[in-house]
Design a protein around this ligand. Structure first.
Ligand SMILES: Nc1ncnc2c1ncn2[C@@H]1O[C@H](COP(=O)(O)OP(=O)(O)OP(=O)(O)O)[C@@H](O)[C@H]1O
Ligand SMILES: [Mg+2]
Length: 702
């Protein structure tokens, strides 16, 4: 039978003991112990290097060495070798220590016998094997733990980086958010940049920030706006900054502009950075950072930030602000364009607003889109309130329809139109000249109407006045020429008719004819007399007259007539009304003429009595063009004057009264008289409702 072989190295200097052990180990039937012996420790170590052994029997008391350190030497050299330590009887404690120090077992030499030794050797080998296995398992475990630990550490680092990245992003988003909110509120481009500077400084701890813009000629960077943590210092620094300008590649802003890249400057660079160097020295700035604001690959602004402490480049911060600047560049650019637009729009608006004309723009549905301030003021609204309104919102239906009809006609023809039109402002009727131009799109389609108009009422009145004066003058000349020629023969005719009347018998045909000749003759004489009043030289002396007095006198003449006709008189004239300088008879003639017209109109409307058969006369003091006037208003609620006649009623011989009831000279003579007194006669009337004759006469002042 093949015996199992166990190679044993024995390190022992005692030859008796060696022999004993050799003998003992021979006794085994199952195992073949192959024992080699080294009498010295170092020799034993040599053997171990050269050959493979299954176990080492080590005497701790060898001459060239001794003690437990031998164990560690053996373990270092042959870590897998099982060791059984041999000790003396008196030294058993050492055996225990040896086991603690790594031996697998120990034997007390005096007690050694075969059984013990073989068992101890087997035990040591087995023990070592288990130990080794354990170690291997341990090692692989440790290895795996180490692998896991390093994977964990890696994951941890990645996580930390991700957290940092996330934090950075969060910070960026927060900064962006606060800035975007603030920017939306900002009024113009420079306040937008001001906000960006402030927010960046507040978020990052930089003390001062400036924004630079490219000059209109594109050659320099010019100061735009700045922000300093200390508002007191701000003014001084700002003044210095305003003096600076940077060409491309010059100074921090210039370089950032040309390279389109952020730049960080530490103290030594800041000191050299001409022309900012002096500036930084003066205000104690030791670190600087420049960030470009880029849109469509174009730098539209450069932001520079300064700090009073020395600070090394912080890539994260540069990245953060650059990223914020990039994201804000679109908003900043938009604000820049809005600003430019606002300035240009402001210029045009200023131009429009300062024009005395009224200007409007209507879309193709004839809805107002915009207007200038003057037109808005007429409508008592703000210019922006006109949007969405139509003519119906501002004018009486009839007038609005008239305007819209013309607008439509212009839209259809596509031609500019200029005309005179009526215009109603605060119930006052004016005459305007209006130019309407169709607005066309790029394809030539009419998309709206641009209108511009101005008040020509005064001009038209003056023109009419001049025309009337010419008319009256020629009429006056004619009257003066023929007046006397007619007066004498008509007096003769009347006298002859009077003789005929006296001589003819009562009830005869002749008497009736003579009476009619006299009546018509009187009428001719009357007309001639009236016509002569246009040419009457103003030689009559003017008196200081009290309005109340002269009106009372006039009314006395006509009062009973009014009462008879059932007309209610309402007189509201204060005795204290200022006096005027005038020809009393002429003024009385005017009043009589107006009252007679009112009577006629009231009787026409109400042939019988009626509650509304009212005639009112009121008076007040007023001013016109800084001159004081006495104003008398005669108002009757009679037939009124149709609108189309209103301009004609003061023309000589214009009358609507038939059957010889009127000549048509009353108002024209009154108008001439009032004008000759330096006053005005105005007519306001609504057909079927009322007529107001307004007379203004200059107040007398001594
Ligand atoms: N108060 C009034 N209400 C309505 N119509 C009026 C009134 N006053 C004047 N008119 C209109 O104006 C016209 C001209 O008036 P004006 O006084 O000049 O002439 P007249 O009254 O017709 O004749 P006369 O020469 O006798 O005065 C009148 O015919 C009348 O149609
Ligand atoms: Mg009259």
């Amino acid at each position: 039978m093949n015996k199992k072989r166990i190679r044993v190295l024995l390190i022992d200097d005692n030859s008796d003991e060696v022999r004993l052990i050799q003998e003992i180990l021979k006794e085994d039937d199952t195992v073949k112990f192959e024992l080699e012996h080294a009498s010295q420790f170092l020799l034993g170590l040599e053997y171990l290097k050269e050959k493979r052994f299954d176990v080492l029997l080590l005497d701790l008391n060898v001459p060239d060495n001794g003690g437990l350190h031998m164990l560690s030497q053996v373990r270092t050299q042959s870590p897998k070798l099982p060791i059984v330590v041999l000790t003396g009887f008196i030294d058993e404690v050492t055996g225990t220590k040896a086991v603690q120090a790594g031996a697998q077992d120990y034997l007390v030499k005096e007690e050694v016998n075969y059984k013990l030794l073989a068992r101890s050797i087997r035990y040591a080998i087995e023990h070592k094997r288990v130990e080794e296995e354990l170690r291997t398992v341990n090692e692989s475990l440790e290895c795996r733990v180490a692998e896991r630990t390093s994977a964990l550490a890696k994951a941890n680092t990645e996580l930390r980086m991700k957290v940092a990245e996330h934090k950075e992003m969060e910070e960026e988003i927060k900064l962006l958010q606060t800035m975007t909110f603030a920017i939306v509120e900002a009024e113009d481009f420079s306040s937008t940049l001001g906000i960006v500077l402030r927010k960046v400084c507040e978020a990052t701890g930089w003390v001062y920030g400036e924004a630079w813009l490219i000059s209109p000629d594109g050659k320099y960077l010019e100061y735009c706006v700045a922000w300093h943590r200390d508002p007191k210092k701000m003014e001084e620094i700002k003044q210095d900054s305003k003096m600076l300008a940077f060409s491309p590649e010059c100074g921090l802003p210039g370089r950032v502009w040309s390279l389109k890249k952020p730049e960080w400057m530490i103290e030594s660079m800041v000191r050299r950075n001409f022309p900012h160097a002096e500036f930084c020295k003066k205000f104690g700035f030791k670190a600087a950072m420049g960030i470009p604001v880029v849109t469509n690959d174009e730098v539209i602004a450069v932001l520079t930030f300064f700090m009073q402490e020395q600070r090394d480049e912080d890539e994260r911060l540069t990245r953060l602000i650059s990223s914020v600047a990039t994201q804000l560049s679109v908003v900043i650019h938009r604000k820049m364009i809005e600003d430019a637009l606002r300035i240009s729009e402001g210029k045009y608006r200023l131009l429009l607003e300062n024009l005395p004309q009224r200007i409007f723009y209507k879309d193709k549905s004839l809805v107002y889109v915009s207007c200038n301030r003057n037109l808005a003021a007429d409508f008592h609204i703000r210019p922006d309130e006109i949007t969405g309104k139509t003519d119906y919102d501002f004018f009486p239906k009839e007038l609005a329809e008239k305007y819209r009809a013309v607008d439509k006609q212009i839209m259809e023809s596509g031609q500019t139109d200029e005309r005179e039109e009526e215009y109603s402002k605060d119930g006052q009727e004016l005459i305007i000249r209006i130019v309407r131009t169709p607005v066309k799109d790029e394809k030539g389609a009419v998309i709206g109407i641009l209108g511009i108009f101005w008040d020509i009422t005064e001009k038209v009145i003056l023109q009419r006045e001049a025309e009337r004066s010419r008319h009256l003058a020629s009429l006056g000349e004619l009257a003066a020429g023929v007046g006397h020629e007619i007066n004498n023969p008509i007096t003769g005719v009347i006298n002859c008719a009077q003789i005929l009347l006296n001589k003819s018998s009562e009830g005869s045909k002749e008497k009736d004819l003579a009476r009619r000749i006299i009546k018509e003759g009187d009428r001719i004489a009357n007309i001639v007399h009236s016509l002569l009043s246009f040419t009457r030289p103003d030689s009559e002396k003017k008196n200081i007259i009290n309005m109340h007095g002269i009106l009372s006198d006039t009314l006395t003449l006509i009062e009973s007539q009014l009462r008879k006709e059932g007309i209610t008189m309402k007189l509201d004239i204060s005795q204290k009304l200022p006096e005027i300088l005038a020809h009393p008879q002429q003024i009385q003639q005017v009043f009589l003429s107006i009252i007679n017209n009112a009577r006629y109109a009231l009787n026409q409307k109400y042939p019988e009595t009626h509650d509304n058969k009212i005639f009112e006369i009121s008076g007040e003091e007023t001013t016109m063009n800084n001159n004081a006037y006495v104003k008398i208003i005669f108002c009757d609620h009679g037939t009124g004057i149709p609108a189309e006649m209103r301009d004609k009623v003061i023309n000589p011989f214009f009358t609507t009264k038939y059957s010889n009831k009127g000549i048509g000279l009353g108002l024209s003579i009154s108008h001439t008289i009032i004008r000759n007194h330096g006053g005005k006669l105005m007519i306001d009337s609504r057909e079927g409702e009322y007529t107001k004759i307004i007379i203004m006469l200059p107040r007398y002042s001594s």
